[in-house]
Write a protein that binds this ligand. Structure first.
Ligand code: SF4
Ligand code: SF4
Ligand code: SF4
Ligand code: SF4
Ligand code: FES
Length: 906
């Protein structure tokens, strides 16, 4: 440590630390308009001048390093004068607005201004007022209202201001405000690894340009918003609520709801509405980054689109009803069906979009009140298959891998359709590892995604052959030099069976690439334990349970082979698609497992649950989603209670699903939107949106994320935990049970019950979660590590093109749920992607409408010709038109086959 003297006060700091950061941490303000913490200094704005004893001239604090005995002054008249000179040069080409307007002495905070708005800080004619680094710098060095150019013509008035770009829905670019600090350029390049912004031209012509200099939305910008965060002026601003957000009344830390990375966000609120999102760095995985979904999807649907009152079906139509009427209808119908057809005639669907507390209450309602283990979700088959493979490998599906270490990995294998789109911030951490630490990256995917450009080896199998490639990798590792020293010491369970299993042959090109990738993995695996730093990242797709199970087994095998049995589970990152898939499983929203993975058939497990519930859950195994639907066709399932799930969006074989749901005697849906599933219901109970909820989610790396209610309910909507609590009370009383056990006062109380029942959540009481996102399961280490043989068949040939579908980046889940034409505001994902060779053979032109058809249905959509997909395959975004593509998939299938024809003109 070094001791330096700053303005006569001693400060301890690490020798060699950047002086500017040391001063900032000591609470000493030094204007610094181009500095970005964590990146090398740029030294462009010249605002951070300080006096350092012994130096001839003033020095830049951002480029100076601390050395023991250094004497620094940050506030001498000379320093302040020089900063003013620098600022006057910057301001000579900056609009007046808040700085030099002649009314500046009249418009004081608290006044009502020309815009009939309240002046918060200074002039409100700029949307950055009160949150602008340049404005703050002017204030602090005494430049507010100060005109150093009196009687001089300023550049700003002598040049035509460049036009603002307001052509996209998310980001406004107003270059007349730009001070050329290049923070945005460096953030986009060095923090996001995107490089959508450049500093174009030279000298007086210098300017910030997106892509080739055109509109922002025509560049490769993916609207993550990182540049907006770092821009010190009003040049880069969020477009939604641009003005409202300048006067945010409060910031509420909560969680993003749009994928399982589980980024922590801070929601700016004004008059009960969310108006802006910023990253909340309390989460070590997301830190100061988000993707477009976290940043902008908070207002993807309007308040008017949300359900504001309960709905009851009357004369075939859903009509508004009071809460008393709706709860009475739900209670009496469920009680009557239970009475007439037994408890097993009622099924329950939870949701990975619902909180842990809500999913817990749902399965408790099913088991403790109705007496049925028929609990599942429409995505349950895929996740159950993943869970089973993990249990076979590690004895548990709860892995200790921690994504906050992903950026430090040295060798990374990514198995994902397109990680950039499905789990954006996890993908960013992989890119960090490659760009900053030189990690070697192997990507396995048939479809191009941005991450492929960062890979040392891109293994590109045909769709459906990903597991074949992984099996070939495992074989190459086994047949080559022994990959890890530890393998000799720790005999591997299942090694013989795996070595004997055969993988279908690959093409010669792919075989060569597999050998290259195997060499990379083997080299990493030969490092001593603790230094291997291998990460295997697998993003689970929505469709195809069997494929997901096989892929999970294949990645688990590779983790064990490369990392050894002790480190494998810590190195394997299994990322489910939606935010709370793991929470859904942990809470027992599965037909065979009670909360905490207790098997329903296990008497001891049921007794443990009985202690908490004062009632024993049923012992008979229940039905999952698909089995329940099949049983509905036979009249064995008569009613379904759906919490936030929307099978008509994501479940394959949509026609069959719809006919099953329609055949139920009673369907009840709790949701904040009138989804396609809710449209079929007899009773719809309005939930609040995710940003109106208190509760928790559990992220891909089992981090418990606290959701805090930031916005008020729309109309009479109530949070689902409360709806379930009221329904539980009413049903329990109707059935002669103890209704008082269901009167929860808050989700915190529900979590207390969960914490007492589910050992994984024992540290998840709200009082312990106050510090933000936590990895509450830090003490987990699976006891077992077993290799599994894979049963792989060659992909069946068939007619037509192979269709795949998956989550994409831009389309909002909520917007898609209500089929909003604005679900993808940028209209970047409203297409079927097809290879040029197939398009030419079929006579399809780019942008033309085509019809995809097979025996299950058809879909009309525009064609986008691209080499992102292989010849013989096409891709449709899963969220397009509320999951329209799932109509073409069979219930077990990760792939479908379709005929494609140009749409005939009527
Ligand atoms: S960008 Fe900042 S300094 Fe410039 S007018 Fe706006 S608030 Fe004032
Ligand atoms: S929004 Fe993100 S991707 Fe777009 S220019 Fe800014 S930093 Fe780059
Ligand atoms: S747009 Fe903003 S961040 Fe980028 S150079 Fe201009 S002022 Fe700096
Ligand atoms: S990566 Fe996932 S959790 Fe993070 S902001 Fe994007 S959608 Fe939200
Ligand atoms: S912050 Fe030091 S030169 Fe800009």
């Amino acid at each position: 440590m070094a001791t330096i003297i700053v303005n006569d006060n001693p400060i301890e700091a690490p020798e060699g630390a950047p002086l500017l950061e040391v001063l900032r941490r000591a609470g000493i303000y030094v204007p610094s308009l181009c500095y970005l913490e964590g990146l090398p200094p740029y030294g462009g704005c010249r605002m951070c001048l300080v006096e350092i004893e012994g130096a001839r001239d003033l020095q830049l604090a951002c480029t100076s390093r601390v050395s023991d005995g250094m004497v620094v002054r940050t506030d001498t008249p000379h320093v302040v004068d020089e900063r003013r000179v620098v600022l006057s040069l910057i301001l000579a080409n900056h609009p007046d607005r808040c700085l030099t307007c002649h009314r500046v002495v009249k418009c004081r905070p608290g006044d009502t201004c020309l815009r009939d708005d309240l002046v918060s800080h200074r002039c409100v004619t700029c949307s950055r007022d009160y949150r602008c680094d340049l404005q703050t710098a002017c204030d602090i060095v005494g430049m507010a209202g100060y005109e150093p150019w009196l009687d001089e013509l300023r550049t700003y008035y002598r040049t035509e201001p460049p036009p603002a770009d307001r052509a996209n829905p998310f980001l406004e670019f107003d270059p007349q405000m730009c001070i050329l600090c290049t923070r945005c350029v460096r953030a986009c390049d060095e923090i996001r690894h995107t490089g959508a912004i450049t500093l174009a031209e030279r000298g007086w012509e210098s300017r910030i340009a997106f892509g080739a200099g055109g509109a922002v939305h025509e560049s490769n910008c993916d609207f993550c918003g990182a540049c907006i965060n770092v821009c010190p002026t009003a040049t880069l601003m969020e477009k939604p609520n641009k003005w409202a957000a300048s006067e945010t009344e409060g910031w509420v830390p909560t969680a993003c709801a749009y994928c399982s990375v589980g980024c922590t966000i801070s929601l700016g609120v004004k008059r009960g509405r969310a108006v802006i999102v910023r990253p909340d760095p309390s989460n070590p995985v997301s830190d100061d980054q988000l993707c477009i979904r976290g940043r902008f999807h908070y207002d993807a649907v309007r308040d008017d689109d949300r359900l504001a009152e309960p709905l009851l079906r009357r004369d075939g139509e859903l009509a508004a009803a009071s809460w008393d009427e709706a709860l009475e209808a739900a209670t009496s119908r469920l009680a009557a069906i239970r009475e007439e057809h037994r408890p097993e005639a009622i099924a329950f669907l939870g949701s990975p979009f619902a909180t842990n507390e809500e999913n817990y209450l749902l399965q408790k309602l099913a088991r403790a009140v109705i007496g049925s283990n028929n609990v599942g979700s429409s995505g349950g088959a895929v996740i159950d298959a993943v869970g089973q493979s993990l249990r076979r490998a590690f004895g548990t599906e709860v892995l200790p891998a921690d994504m906050s270490g992903l950026a430090k990995a040295r060798t990374i294998l990514v198995v994902a359709d397109d990680l950039e789109s499905s789990h954006n911030v996890a993908c960013l951490r992989v890119k960090d590892a490659v760009v900053r630490n030189g990690a070697r990256l192997i990507v396995v995917t048939p479809r191009w995604g941005e991450l492929c450009d960062f890979a040392q080896v891109w293994l590109r199998p045909n769709p459906g052959q990903e597991a074949h490639v992984l099996a070939a990798l495992a074989q190459a590792l086994l047949q080559g030099e022994r990959p890890a020293a530890s393998l000799k010491e720790s005999p591997l369970v299942g090694l013989e069976d795996l070595a004997k299993s055969k993988a279908p042959p690959l093409s010669a090109d792919l075989t060569d690439l597999v050998s290259q990738a195997a060499l990379t993995l083997a080299e990493a695996a030969r490092q001593p334990p603790g230094e291997r730093r291998i990460a295997i990242v697998y993003a689970v797709s929505h469709l195809g349970a069997q494929t997901a199970g096989t892929l999970t087994a294949a990645v688990a095998n590779l983790a064990i082979l490369c990392c050894g049995p002790d480190e494998a589970a810590r190195s394997l990152f299994v990322l489910p698609p939606e935010v709370n898939v793991w929470g859904l499983q942990d809470m027992g929203v599965t037909p065979g497992l009670l909360p905490g993975y207790r098997p329903v058939e296990d008497e001891g497990a049921r007794q443990e649950v009985e202690k908490a519930w004062s009632i024993s859950p049923p012992s008979a195994a229940g039905l999952g989603f698909r089995e329940a639907l099949a049983a509905s066709q036979e009249g064995r399932i008569r009613a379904m209670v759906v919490l936030g799930d929307n099978p008509l969006f994501v479940a394959p074989d949509k026609g069959w699903v719809k006919s099953c749901l329609s055949s139920l005697d009673f369907l009840m849906v709790i949701d904040s939107l009138l989804s396609d599933t809710a449209r079929l219901a007899q009773v719809v109970l309005p939930d609040v949106g995710v940003f109106g909820k208190d509760g928790t989610y559990t992220s891909a790396d089992r981090r418990i994320l606290r959701l805090r209610s930031a916005v008020g309910p729309i109309g009479q909507a109530r949070p689902a935990w409360r709806i379930l609590s009221e329904l539980g009370t009413a049903l329990a009383q109707r059935l002669g049970l103890d209704g008082s056990a269901w009167q929860y006062a808050s989700p915190a109380q529900v979590m207390d019950e969960i914490a007492s029942l589910v050992p994984l959540y024992r540290q998840a009481r709200y009082s312990e979660l106050e510090s933000g996102a936590q990895q509450a399961f830090a003490d987990i280490q699976p006891a077992a590590a077993a290799l599994q043989p894979l049963s792989l068949e060659p992909t069946a040939a068939g007619e037509g093109l192979v269709l795949t579908s998956n989550r994409t980046l831009y389309t909002s889940w909520e917007g898609a749920t209500i089929h909003s034409p604005e679900a993808d505001k940028l209209h970047r994902e409203e297409f079927v992607e097809m290879n040029a060779a197939d398009a030419a053979a079929l006579g399809v032109e780019d942008g033309q409408e085509v019809v995809l058809a097979n025996e299950r249905g058809e879909l009309t959509i525009r064609a986008k010709i691209s080499d992102s997909v292989l010849p013989g395959s096409v891709f449709v975004p899963l969220y397009y038109d509320g999951g329209a593509v799932t109509a073409l998939f069979g219930h077990e299938d990760a792939l479908a086959r379709v005929r494609i024809a140009v749409k005939a003109i009527a």
